[in-house]
Design a protein around this ligand. Structure first.
Ligand code: SF4
Ligand code: SF4
Length: 425
């Protein structure tokens, strides 16, 4: 086990780099809405540093302030000293969980997440029972709660849970192994929870487009969550268990690439496995090499279709106008922004730019669940941007952003169909 004191020293060293210049403040979505210093990056750095040094007593307000961060990474990109505030916040959340536990609801959620079977069972039960608690909206964009209950209250628009999850569906089951792929590129598809449980049509579209582009697609059995929700909640133990399980599953096949259509998952598989598992490299000498081999194969679907498995459109041009929202985990954490736009250009749709396409949608970092009101206030800027663009179709490359954008458009009365880029190819 890595020592807690090592982590504390690491975080204090990072925090000490901050010169309090405030350059990060203008780009922070939570500060933009809440307009108070502790709700922004500079304030959070000071709070975390003071708390770690034990210089003051902190209570619930401190927890609220570190939980209200969407982990969008804008502060890090904008910091002249390279202070990694999102890492500091994740570290502070993990220390808090280590000291005080997860709380009942989060603890149950994490238990479900770490046991794939338990989560599948819970999601299947939810899919059967959703009609009791949720009803369709008039425009049939999704479902809203019949009662004000945690997670489904406050007018939140939820996607309809499909009767069959992507990983249980025909196309996944028909592609669990590969024997002889005749020289084609072997691509393993990582579904992720958003695609598997909520938006399986994105998984179907991804498999179809990759195969049309000449890849042999495999959907490995036994894959689990990428670990990001657990990590955001400060639950390192669950995140580690999920990541190691995924390593085992994807090591069973000799794949050229591991592809996902979720921006958060591609960031996690490429970058976060390393940061979560590195503290265990000393006690498991083979782990470093395993993580590096795995992460080097990971591609976001928009990246591979404009790179190693190039996509050529065969269908005729589409009509209408489309705009694009940059998921934070794709643009800021992976530097991918041109590829999805180039794929959209291939469709024949007329591209219209929304103002501030790379501003955070407000869902990330667990804020969509821990502070729904804040999450929706952040999303208002996005809905206003879509309205200003006048686009008929709003595309993006992350199932989480799709769910959030649909909710925001519904709430703020903006018309438009929200889809993943691959669904337009
Ligand atoms: S985190 Fe970076 S940008 Fe923000 S106040 Fe500190 S040094 Fe300045
Ligand atoms: S990661 Fe985003 S929300 Fe969090 S402090 Fe930085 S800019 Fe603000």
């Amino acid at each position: 086990m890595p020592k807690a004191t090592d982590k504390k020293t690491e975080l204090l060293t990072e925090a000490a780099k901050c010169v309090k210049c405030g350059a990060c403040r203008s780009v922070c979505p939570s500060l933009y809405v809440l307009k108070r210093e502790p709700s922004g990056p500079r304030g959070r750095v000071v709070l975390i540093e003071t708390n770690l040094k034990g210089d003051a007593e902190f209570g619930k307000a401190y927890l609220r302030d570190i939980k209200d961060c969407t982990l969008c990474g804008s502060c890090y990109s904008n910091c002249p000293k390279g202070v990694n505030t999102p890492e500091l916040i994740l570290g502070a959340r993990a220390i808090e969980v280590e000291q005080s536990g997860l709380g009942l609801l989060s603890s149950l959620a994490m238990k479900g997440m770490s046991g794939g079977f338990l989560k599948d069972f819970a999601m299947k039960a939810a899919s059967k029972l959703q009609g009791l608690f949720l009803k369709a909206t008039e425009n049939e964009n999704g479902l809203v709660g019949r009662f004000s209950l945690p997670l489904i209250g406050g007018g939140r628009l939820m996607p309809k849970l499909s009767g069959e999850f992507f990983l249980d569906g025909k196309s996944a089951k028909a592609r669990t192994t590969v024997s002889d792929c005749g020289g084609k590129k072997k691509v393993a598809f990582f579904a992720g929870c958003g695609v598997n449980y909520l938006l399986p049509s994105i998984g179907e579209a991804t498999v179809k487009v990759l195969e049309e582009s000449g890849a042999e697609v495999v959907v490995p059995k036994g894959q689990v969550c990428c670990g990001m929700p657990a990590l955001s909640a400060g639950d390192l133990k669950t995140a580690k268990a999920l990541q190691v399980k995924n390593l085992e599953v994807f090591e069973k096949g000799d794949y050229d690439y591991i592809v996902t259509s979720c921006a958060t998952c591609s960031h996690a598989l490429k970058n976060v496995f390393e940061t979560t598992l590195a503290p265990y490299y000393d006690e498991d000498p083979k782990l470093k090499e395993r993580v590096e081999r795995f992460s080097a194969k990971v591609r976001d679907v928009t990246e591979i279709l404009k790179g190693d498995v190039p996509y050529e459109r065969k269908a005729g041009p589409l009509r209408g106008t489309v705009t694009y929202h940059d998921p934070c985990h794709l643009r800021r954490y992976q530097g991918i922004s041109e590829e999805p736009r180039a794929l959209l250009a291939d469709t024949g749709l007329e591209f219209v730019r929304m103002p501030n396409p790379c501003k955070c949608c407000g869902l990330g970092g667990g804020v969509g669940f821990s502070n729904y009101e804040l999450s929706m206030k952040i999303a208002k800027r996005k809905a206003d941007g879509v309205r200003a663009s006048g686009a008929e179709i709003i595309s993006t490359a992350c199932p989480g952003c799709i769910i959030q954008l649909k909710d925001a458009l519904n709430r703020y009365g903006v018309e438009g169909r929200v889809v993943h880029v691959v669904e337009l190819l």
